[in-house]
Design a protein around this ligand. Structure first.
Ligand code: PGA
Length: 250
């Protein structure tokens, strides 16, 4: 692999409060973000972007959101647009997280539109793909992740080099079950081949993160795989010591 900087992105999900956010951010900033070796981002609930933006300004921590509207503006009650996220300092936005696909019935097509919308406004989408346990057991892993990624590639065309992909096996999210480094690497290799088929050598430079119960003790072995370019971290991103230790492994 060329020396891509790894990306360690925290996904806070629907957690936090003004008080606990301030404490968590302070402890993260007190640690070593290893800016020479990696980029660190935290994807927070949109309502907290403003708070976190003011706490982290100029401190080398990137901000992201966890979802975005597929629409630009207008009568879409409850939605938040890419331009709003940008105004509050977001550089990244997660799209197609399995919790959105599962609980909000987001289709591959909708996820692709969100990715395209983000790219058009200069936000980097972190496009999540991943199979359920049932799909893995029936041997469908490859077909599922390729189908999910293909929808995005189809819509964004040559801009695919600007996305980040996150392979998150659904069965590993929040369960404490982690894909083994070999299991993860073999899916990452499939995704890498698909990205190279779409973008030529540019596909080597697209970061593919692993997500799903990554923690302080398994991060190093996962992050040392040739096609694992970072992590999308849920639970362990809520504890500064764990998050910093994952950053240290990168
Ligand atoms: P987890 O979540 O690290 O808690 O498994 C990862 C994610 O859902 O992004």
């Amino acid at each position: 692999m060329p020396s891509l900087k790894k990306l360690i992105a925290g996904n806070w999900k629907m957690n936090g409060s003004l008080e606990s956010n301030a404490a968590l951010i302070q402890s993260i900033l007190d640690g070593d973000l290893r800016a020479d070796a990696c980029e660190v981002a935290i994807c927070v609930p949109s309502v907290y972007l403003h708070q976190i933006q003011s706490l982290t300004e100029g401190k080398g921590l990137y901000l992201g959101a966890q979802d975005v509207s597929a629409h630009e503006k207008g009568a879409y009650t409850g939605e938040v647009s890419v331009s709003m996220l940008k105004e509050f300092g977001a550089s990244f936005v997660i799209v197609g997280h399995s919790e959105r696909r599962q609980f909000h019935h987001e289709s591959d097509q909708l996820v692709a539109i969100k990715a395209e919308r983000a790219l058009a406004s200069g936000l980097t989408p972190i496009v999540c793909v991943g199979e359920t346990m049932q799909e893995r057991e029936s041997g469908a892993t490859e077909v599922i992740v390729k189908r999910q990624l293909a929808a995005v590639i189809h819509l964004v065309g040559h801009c695919v080099t600007e996305i980040v992909v996150a392979y998150e096996p659904v069965w590993a999210i929040g369960t404490g079950l982690t894909a083994t480094p070999d299991q993860a690497q073999s899916v990452h290799a499939v995704l890498r081949a698909q990205l190279k088929a779409a973008a030529g050598e540019g596909g080597e430079k697209i970061r593919i993160l692993y997500g799903g119960s990554m923690n302080a003790s398994n991060a190093k072995s996962l992050l040392s795989q040739p096609d694992i370019d970072g992590g999308l971290i849920g639970g362990a991103a809520l504890k500064a010591a764990d998050f910093l230790s994952i950053i240290a492994s990168a």
